[in-house]
Design a protein around this ligand. Structure first.
Ligand code: DAH
Length: 340
């Protein structure tokens, strides 16, 4: 006869799913203990067979029930064990999330654009691959004009060139716009300069142009004083130094009080107390006339600056290379918006 007590004890002691499965096969499987008793039933007299059959079925049901409960219990204890091992600590600080942000140079460029947009300038762009006409000729530098040497130029095989400055956008604006014109343009420029701390073959310029009736040098001065104060602080002073650019007359270099030493003299300003930050001037009548703008009625001013130079001065950055390297150790220093 089946020793049900002994079987229950064995089931109770089983503590892995494997062991339990082996026991189940041994008891309830096709070749199992229970089936062998059921097979023997046919040898018994009818009434005994019935009784014995009912008994065996009850035992089978009981064993199945015990086994499924045991499986559940083992699974639960396995789960608890795993949870204990994999437990998470909700009080740990989270992994840092690196959120991308705009490149510091683009942020400086945008700030410059916003400052001038407040005066009514409209932001425009122009092509990086230019023709000699826009880069030189229309800017009052005909072929063989010696002033072309002021810009070491990358010429392309197709007769075009990489623009050396953003000034060609002035010409495109004069062609496209009705008067008055008030635009600000920014973008990449290219020169065959030897790279050093302040020169790179690829750099960015920002250019402004204002043409209307009665625009004078006083307007240019006022605009640049406002610009310098907005970028470098309320107290900022501006100085105009006579200079030459073929497309303006008179032309000037504009300097601000050295932002590093506040005018006392340091290596950045070469002990002069002043930093030249841009070129400017009154648009040359020759340039206006070429674009069929009557220079007896209209006049204008223009100015252009290197974006990297402005950013370097604002943040004390010592090498232009940093803007192109995209080293995260450099970029991550500028976490906050300029407005913050
Ligand atoms: N395009 C000049 C340069 O790259 C800078 C410049 C000078 C721009 C005078 C101007 C200007 O608009 O009026 O050196």
């Amino acid at each position: 006869m089946i020793n049900i007590k002994e079987i229950k004890k064995q089931l109770e002691q089983a503590n892995s799913l494997c062991e339990l499965e082996a026991l189940r096969i041994n008891l309830l499987g096709r070749q199992g203990v229970l089936n062998s008793y059921l097979k023997d039933l046919k040898n018994l007299p009818l009434d005994e067979r019935k009784k014995r059959g009912e008994e065996l079925n009850l035992i089978k049901e009981e064993l199945e029930c015990i086994i499924s409960k045991k499986i559940e219990a083992i699974n639960r204890s396995l789960l608890l064990e795993r949870l204990k091992k994999d437990s998470i600590d909700p009080y740990l600080p989270p992994f840092p999330i690196n959120i991308g942000r705009m490149h510091i140079l683009n942020r400086v460029i945008n700030k410059i654009i916003h400052v001038l947009e407040r005066l009514g300038y409209e932001a425009v762009e122009g092509p990086e691959v230019e023709t000699e006409y826009y880069n030189f000729e229309a800017l009052n530098m005909p072929l063989h004009h010696p002033a072309r040497d002021m810009w070491d130029t990358f010429y392309l095989n197709n007769g075009k060139l990489l623009r050396t400055h953003t000034s060609p956008i002035q010409i495109r604006a004069m062609e496209a716009n009705k008067l008055p014109i008030k635009i600000i343009a920014s973008g990449r420029c290219f020169r065959r300069d030897n790279p050093d701390a302040s020169h790179s073959p690829i750099f960015h310029q920002i250019e402004a142009l204002y043409i209307d009736k009665g625009v004078s040098f006083a307007h240019l001065k006022g605009t640049l004083e406002y610009f310098a104060r907005s970028m470098f602080g309320r107290e900022q002073k501006v100085k105009f130094i006579l200079s030459y650019f073929p497309f303006v007359e008179p032309g000037a270099e504009v300097a601000v009080k050295c932002v590093i030493c506040k005018g006392r003299g340091c290596i950045t300003c070469k002990q002069t107390g002043w930093l030249e930050i841009l070129g400017a001037g009154m648009v040359h009548p020759e340039v206006l006339e070429r674009q069929n703008i009557d220079y007896k009625i209209y006049s204008g001013f223009a100015f252009g600056m290197g974006a990297e130079r402005i950013a370097m001065l604002m943040y004390g950055i010592n090498h232009i290379r940093h803007f192109l390297d995209n080293d995260l150790r450099f970029l991550n220093q500028f976490k906050y918006n300029l407005e913050d």
